[in-house]
Design a protein around this ligand. Structure first.
Ligand SMILES: [Zn+2]
Length: 290
């Protein structure tokens, strides 16, 4: 190739870059600073052909997240020609669509960034359970994956070896004195760790010598349900009005109240709008994933 052909090629490349810059300025917002940043970002992406930014570090934790528990934390660091606005999208794998977008207005290249997601959708509802990916998207449309995680609405409350008590522990069976069994019983050794299946506010924490023994009731966040934990080994440490998060320790499996003649187990109830429902299907589902 002679120098004339090279010069012609160089002129063409310059023209393409100029057109890209003009297009970027036309697209840019009225803010001059933002427009300049966007122009540089697009020019850089045109030059590298790989979008306006690169992730140099990214981490999502916890990998197994629970609503009303520890928030999903997205930490990252990026390389880019200039600060840029980033959308952090929580994309549901089942649909490929984001359920929530968190916007960081000006991400400085090289600086550690941290974004936290509370598990709510853009319309304030609890996001559906399942697999998610956290995706970072720049104004020019280039996107990078920060990491993946699962979100669930509940954790199984017994954090140790356990087994269903059997037919006598199922929901709705007859009890002495004309009562019916309002919950579901799960056997576990005395002292095994017990946690909140769903975070919320403590509405009862006391001792009932006749039936429940040491009992804690939590009104679940974004539910119309109360979660009952009974026969706990010791006097509850939480008090009425306390907030507990999903997975937070409530106490230990015990045999207080009318469990004293049976042995250590959890009597668990869910009451929706005050009415007990059968917690077994949900308990078994939670047990499979947590
Ligand atoms: Zn029971």
């Amino acid at each position: 190739m002679n120098w004339q052909a090279l010069a012609a090629l160089a002129a063409m490349v310059l023209m393409v870059i100029a057109v890209a810059i003009v297009a970027a300025v036309a697209l840019a917002s009225p803010s001059p600073a933002h427009g300049a940043a966007l122009t540089r970002s697009i020019a850089a992406s045109a030059a590298s052909g790989a979008g306006g930014f690169e992730l140099t570090a990214a981490r999502v934790s916890p990998r197994k997240a629970y609503f009303a528990g520890r928030p999903v934390r997205i930490e990252f660091r990026l390389r880019a020609p200039a600060p840029l606005a980033l959308a952090v999208d929580m994309v549901r794998e089942a649909t490929g669509k984001p359920v929530r977008r968190l916007v960081v207005p000006a991400v400085a290249p090289g600086a550690a960034q941290r974004v936290e997601w509370d598990g709510l959708t853009g319309s304030g509802k609890v996001a559906p359970g399942g697999s998610y990916r956290a995706r970072l998207r720049a104004p020019d449309g280039s996107a990078r994956l920060a990491g993946t995680f699962t979100l669930r609405g509940h954790i199984f409350p017994i954090r140790g070896a356990h087994a269903d008590r059997g037919p006598i522990g199922t929901f709705g069976v007859a009890r002495s004195g004309g009562r019916t069994h309002n919950g579901f019983d799960v056997n576990a050794a005395c002292g095994v760790k017990l946690v909140a299946a769903r975070g919320g506010r403590v509405v009862r924490a006391d001792y009932d010598p006749v039936l429940y023994g040491n009992v804690i009731i939590v009104r679940g966040d974004h539910t119309r349900r109360d979660y009952w934990y009974s026969h706990l080994l010791r006097t509850p440490r939480v008090r009425v009005g306390d907030r507990v998060s999903t997975g937070q320790r409530l106490g230990s499996i015990g045999a207080t109240g009318n469990a004293r003649t049976i042995g250590c187990h959890l009597h668990f109830e869910i009451r929706r709008d005050g009415d007990p429902i059968d917690p077994a299907p949900e308990l078994h589902r939670w047990d499979r994933w947590s």
